[in-house]
Design a protein around this ligand. Structure first.
Ligand code: NAP
Length: 429
């Protein structure tokens, strides 16, 4: 082991940053053996340096000026854990400018400005590691990027947002409404006071973009990902799903179709025997498929200070080893200019719940709309009678664009009082 100490400059010391400083301190001997040198946090930028923090770092290490951290010639590695696009993006670019490798957990930034950051790291031959940006404590980036180099992955299906998985689990297992389950998630600290990024699928879409980019060597940004949140899923949908042998999950799906990438995030029914159906509460699970390796599943805690910090520290150790060796790890692997397959071309099965007039001939009117649009019905049944009459349909595989056209046309059918719910059904027919 070298007697050298590499100095880490932290940008941010919140949930993850705090846990990173503690792990680096508590496991310093073991980390030193693996890194080949000591790793020490010597400067930390935060918004409020006067705030009391339970970290094993002297208060003099704190500053309110993140540029000071990046500029400090004594800092060898910059670790960005402040989140958001700016100033994080400019600070990472400034770190490369000063020949410092970077470790980050910032999915928002990578899923929108990944190209800019990786171009800058490539130009300087510097490491940019980001294991913690997807799946928190679950090793995903390195397995996909390095261990599976020889594989040509075909699909990734993941539960990558713990908040929404917790909410859907409580709705399924305790019969809670969406609002009740979200309230409980907030009380327990699984959901933010403003849960929009999770509930509306933005967080999952950012992770989906990163996973799709790594898996298919493509540049996929968050805006390329079709996105629907869980705000419209009802306990009624979940009950119908259960009766049919399905559970409802918010899925992030990335697939390769004729060399084009399809990426989407939406709630969906999956068979209750699918491995992802067993991913409950705030846990994450990612199911990966390829022709050689077959099926792989990654499971664990996708967020939280300590789990996420283990991924950050793992990256810091790798980056430190590379620095000592005068080498660089695997750089950007998004070298193919793949196009994104539009959602309208996606093919899938659907569940649709309609409130309808209860009279003869209604089913035939609705079936003709589906038929005209090439959507064939796999099963249908009626729930309730009179003013409460509802029809539940499960379709065979249909093209998304045609299915949506049928839904639009159903809005003009007099017998259809309301299209109450639509969910995709992810199942092998
Ligand atoms: N939390 C998780 O479970 C988790 C999981 C995976 C990935 N991540 C990612 O990890 C990153 C950090 O998340 P977190 O949960 O640790 O966030 P956090 O608790 O909100 O902490 C953010 C830290 O950055 C500091 N900061 C923010 N803006 C700043 C600025 N302009 N100048 C200086 N300091 C600034 C804050 O200072 P103050 O302390 O003074 O406010 C705070 O210390 C994010 O990119 C997030 O997406 C988090």
């Amino acid at each position: 082991m070298s007697d050298r100490t590499l100095r880490v400059g932290l940008l941010g010391c919140g949930t993850v940053g705090t846990a990173v400083t503690r792990l680096l301190h508590d496991h310093r001997e073991d980390i030193a053996r693996r890194a080949g040198c000591r790793l020490e946090v010597s400067k930390i930028a935060v918004r409020d340096p006067s705030k009391r923090r339970e970290v094993p770092v002297h208060s003099s290490a704190f500053t309110a000026d993140p540029v000071e951290v990046v500029d400090d010639p004594a800092i060898d590695i910059v670790c960005e854990l402040m989140g958001g696009s700016e100033p994080a993006g400019s600070l990472i670019l400034a770190a490369f400018d000063r020949d410092k490798p970077v470790v980050t957990a910032n999915k928002e930034l990578l899923s929108t400005r990944g190209r800019e950051l990786f171009d800058a790291s490539d130009a300087k031959g510097l490491d940019l590691y980001f294991e913690a940006a997807v799946g928190g404590g679950i090793p995903l980036v390195r397995p996909l990027k390095e261990s599976l180099t020889a594989e040509r992955l075909t699909s990734i299906i993941g539960i990558v947002n713990g908040t929404t998985n917790y909410v859907l689990t409580r709705m399924s297992e305790n019969g809670m409404s969406f609002a009740e389950a979200l309230g409980e998630a907030q009380r327990l600290g699984y959901a933010e006071a403003d849960p929009t990024a999770d509930v509306d699928g933005h967080d999952a879409a950012a992770k989906c973009a990163i996973l799709a980019s790594i898996a298919f060597n493509a540049r996929v940004v968050a805006g390329d990902v079709y996105r629907e949140g869980i705000g419209r899923v009802t306990t009624e949908d979940i009950e119908f799903a259960r009766r049919l042998g399905y559970v409802v999950k918010l899925l992030a799906i990335a697939e390769l179709h004729e060399e084009r990438v399809a990426a989407r995030v939406h709630p969906a029914m999956i068979p209750s025997e699918h491995p992802l159906a067993a991913v409950r509460d705030a846990f994450n699970g990612v199911f990966v498929e390829g022709p050689n390796v077959g099926e792989l599943m990654f499971y664990g805690r996708g967020a939280g200070g300590e789990p996420t910090a283990t991924a950050v520290v793992g990256d810091l150790v790798t980056v430190a080893r590379n620095l000592l060796a005068g080498a660089r790890g695997v750089g950007c692997t998004c070298f193919l200019e793949r196009t994104v397959r539009p959602m309208s071309e996606m093919e899938g099965q659907y569940y649709i719940l309609l409130r309808v007039e209860d009279r003869p001939g209604v089913l035939a009117e609705i079936a003709s709309v589906f038929g005209r649009n090439d959507v064939s019905i796999k099963s249908v049944w009626q729930e309730g009678t009179g003013a409460d009459a509802q029809l539940v349909f499960i379709t065979h595989r249909a093209r998304e664009g045609l299915f949506q056209q049928a839904v639009t046309e159903l809005g003009g059918v007099r017998a259809v009082e309301e299209v109450r719910s639509i969910l995709r059904v992810e199942a092998e027919e």
